[in-house]
Design a protein around this ligand. Sequence first.
Ligand code: PHE
Length: 340
Amino acid sequence: MEKNEFLAELGNLEEEALRAISSSGTLDELENARIKFLGSKGGLNEFSKKMGTLKKEDRPETGRVLNEARGKITSSFSERASLLKEEAEEKEQIDVTLPGRRRKMGSRHLIPKTSAEICSIFERMGFTITEGPEVETDYYNFEALNFPPDHPSRDMQQSLFVGDGLLLRTHTSCVQIRTMEKKKPPVWIVVPGKTYRRDDDLTHSPMFNQIEGLAVDKNITMADLKGVLKSFVEEFFSPRTRIRLRPSFFPFTEPSAEVDIGCVICGGKGCRICKGTGWLEVLGCGMVNPVLYDFVGYDPEEVSGFAFGIGVDRMAMLKYNLDNISRFYSGDARFLRQFP
Ligand code: PHE
């Protein structure tokens, strides 16, 4: 074969191959072009074989041209291949005809939701939210709150001890002391948090939630306490909610009271929930016992205060009319979904 003829045919093949590659619209078409021009029985290999028919002195030049052609075709092939692959992947990712996937909306659990709602009512009355540890010392849970050692009132608390003189706090009242220790009056705080007692039935769970309230300022009286609580229940339940205070006992308040509200289930007529009385006990409260001021260095001649402790779980059960506290903690999504 003549050198010029060889080069001319090679040039045509190269052109044809490059055109076939750049006009391939799919990876299949491109593969066919590869087999046709670069495959073992493909066009370029034919030229390698034809080299043998050339004159010896023409072979170096034609060999170089053949290698160049192979290089060009190969790189054009791989460029096209990666472009087509990219396009194919993009098409796979965005199928605009598919219906959108709806994400299920989560919602807040009733307990933190109720706790936040209660706190925000008190915040609007000027209280500030603060917190304290759940593992407490005997000092903050009992001693500084005027529980004498070995006094039977400690028994009522059904404490869960964790060793080393520590216990899971039985109430949020510990944070009264922790706050007064750190801050001079006036103090207006609410303290949401988990609390723990050895107690487990339809209306009690070993872990439950309280919101402590504490106000210590000049000239605070029991009327302030009652007014604050009345505003709270009116806002939380309904403007017609009645309250009454019954004498009670807590070592850290004097006098102490238990607060009842008119039954929100039957409206006061008497039902199963209020055990026929028309009243529901919802929280404990009282005037801060001045002996606490000795523990924290306040002057009882200068200041006075009130405190209260709200059971969040009970509030939520009443508001949403639930009869079993364990619903809150069983993690049953079907229950939780009812309160979006
Ligand atoms: N700490 C009390 C309890 O858990 C409630 C309470 C708080 C009572 C503040 C009076 C004042 O039962």
